[in-house]
Design a protein around this ligand. Structure first.
Ligand code: ZN
Length: 579
């Protein structure tokens, strides 16, 4: 892309000199890209030896990394300059004109790979993960599902449009529901109740539309699964998401373990909160406020202070992680401060060819910024650790492990958070973080168990769905008094985007959090060893199956009570110490 001035960093060079993709190629021009796919297809039959075939695979990998980086660079330029028409045009051109043409060609390469006689000659252990992913991609493909998936995406957009468009009148102004969120942290209880009731009521008025939208999605998904030859969408989705290493039954064990091991801790924390707030019962609007009515944490005044203080944390943790973050600072691979014209939110993006991470956020001086930089730095360390891996497909791991990298960094980094806070504030930040971890498990279990029910009860009725959801709220909701708001409780799932847009996608965060907690537990016994296992596991990228990645990091890939029980004990002890 020519408009390099739109990027915070200078032009980056590929990690290794290109061997196949021409130096001067314009990756916005489909004709030039197509020529490379033609060359690869023509060359495949001439690969006789394993070495020739591996060279072919590495050339295909080089092309896909170059395309991946092109897409990332255009997306970064756009999110850094949402008001720049040229950046938007360049990004849309790639998404609309290039990517849809790339996909079928990459699919064709996967087919060629699978049919190739030299495939059997490849070293098995090295190509195991690549091979099973290629097989999956080809086996699950059904031409008749392509239009259904397009329709699914359209319905998903409809959901987003609907939930994003909802506003409420508040203090003479029209406000989005997201803007109302901060009032739930206000010490003034009647104000919290008023804002909670306003937003819950607004969502409830659209309940019919959310239900209709979901029922159309459900029907489509059942059809997609049937077309691919699966008895239900649950079974299909496990395959389609490449979940080779765990099953729906494992997830059900996770739900049971959360109920048995985590719910008592949740109830204890809820009781503590209720007592501190001096209330007879906790209502839905009492869950986000600081129970001691303290003002919000202020980690820093100026966004420019954020990188240096974060640097301190990583240096204290591990000199190699510190060096990685310093490299990102030197190369200007951080765009952290909030300013006009930037897209909202935060993300880490990997530049696949230069094999470098980039972190984007909108820091304004709240505690959330500290959490975000630690989390995204964990993803960045993952990308840096896997730099030496030759195969593009192996330089990134499945999401279940990617989130181990980032969530561990939140836990480990929080141990040195005094670079931002007084000792008392640091303890408070750590307490809130751990309390949040305990509290999210039941919600993950609820959302996941609900989806298991949805996709294994074809043709269920609306009333049955409602009963199934309420049963889960009883199991995992804890001691919150919803009286007078029964309808809001019964429809609470309407706000969970994943159920609509990313079906059966949420359990990953629970699995990853269990990994992160184990790494954190290990670090309390032997910090050097835990950090070295962490880096070692990250360096494997996606070259090994999930259980091996977890094992390399010093954790068990297991979601049963056996793993969860000691972690809950550690969380409880730690929370008690932090007060
Ligand atoms: Zn993440």
């Amino acid at each position: 892309m020519a408009e390099m001035k739109l990027l915070p960093f200078d032009k980056l060079v590929p990690y290794r000199p290109r061997a196949f993709v021409p130096e001067k190629i314009d990756l916005g021009d489909w004709g030039q890209i197509a020529t490379l796919f033609d060359l690869l297809e023509a060359r495949a039959p001439r690969c006789k030896t394993a070495a020739q075939f591996q060279r072919w695979l590495l050339d295909a990998s080089e092309l896909s990394a170059a395309l991946d980086e092109e897409s990332a660079v255009r997306s970064i330029a756009m999110t850094c300059h949402t008001d720049n028409a040229e950046a938007e045009r360049a990004y849309l051109h790639f998404v609309e004109q290039i990517e849809p043409r790339v996909k079928p060609r990459q699919f064709k390469l996967a087919e060629i790979y699978l049919r190739h006689p030299a495939r059997r000659k490849l070293p098995q252990k090295r190509w195991f993960v690549f091979d099973r992913n290629a097989r999956l991609q080809v086996e699950l493909y059904r031409a008749e599902n392509v239009p259904l998936e397009t329709e699914e995406a359209r319905l998903g957009q409809q959901y987003q449009k609907l939930s994003g468009s909802l506003t409420v009148p508040f203090r003479g102004e029209e406000r989005t529901l997201a803007q109302m969120g901060r009032y739930l942290e206000e010490p003034d209880r009647p104000l919290r109740q008023e804002t909670w009731e306003l937003t819950a009521g607004r969502r409830l008025r659209e309940a019919e539309r959310f239900e209709d939208n979901f029922e159309q999605l459900l029907k489509l998904r059942e059809q997609i699964a049937a077309n691919a030859g699966f008895p239900n969408y649950l079974e299909y989705a496990f395959q389609a998401r490449g979940r080779f290493d765990y099953s729906p039954a494992d997830c059900r064990k996770f739900h049971a373990a959360v109920e048995k091991e985590i719910m008592p801790a949740v109830r204890r924390l809820q009781a503590e909160r209720r007592e501190r707030l001096g209330l007879k019962s906790l209502r839905p609007w009492d869950l986000n406020v600081d129970p001691l009515n303290r003002p919000s944490l202020r980690p820093f005044e100026r966004a420019e202070d954020l990188p240096a203080r974060a640097q301190d944390i990583f240096d204290k943790l591990d000199p190699r992680l510190g060096a990685g973050f310093q490299l990102m600072r030197d190369l200007r691979l951080l765009d952290l401060d909030n300013r006009k014209g930037k897209a909202p939110g935060g993300y880490q993006s990997t530049l696949a060819e230069s094999r470098l991470p980039f972190i984007f956020m909108n820091a304004v001086g709240i505690h959330r910024d500290v959490e975000t930089i630690l989390h995204e730095a964990g993803h960045a360390f993952h990308a840096l650790a896997a730099r030496r891996e030759k195969l593009h497909a192996y330089r990134s791991a499945p999401i279940e492990f990617c989130e181990v990298a980032s969530m561990s960094m939140e836990l480990l980094g929080n141990e040195h958070i005094e670079t931002f806070y007084s000792e008392a504030d640091a303890r408070r930040a750590r307490h809130d973080h751990l309390e949040g971890i305990v509290a999210i498990f039941p919600w993950i279990a609820t959302v996941d168990a609900f989806q298991h029910w949805l996709y294994t009860h074809p043709r269920h009725r609306r009333a049955e769905r409602r009963r199934a959801w309420l049963g889960l709220m009883d199991r995992f909701g804890g001691d919150v008094d919803w009286s007078g708001h029964e309808e809001a409780r019964a429809n609470l799932w309407h706000r969970q985007l994943h159920i609509f847009l990313h079906p059966l996608y949420y359990i990953e965060y629970g699995i990853a959090q269990l990994g992160a907690l184990q790494i954190w537990a290990n670090s309390r016994k032997d910090k050097t060893r835990a950090l070295s296992q962490y880096r070692g596991a990250l360096a494997l990228g996606g070259s090994r199956p999930l259980p091996e990645l977890f094992a390399a990091a010093g954790c068990r890939f297991d979601f049963t009570r056996r793993t969860i029980k000691p972690l809950v004990r550690l969380l409880r002890d730690e929370l008690e110490k932090l007060g």
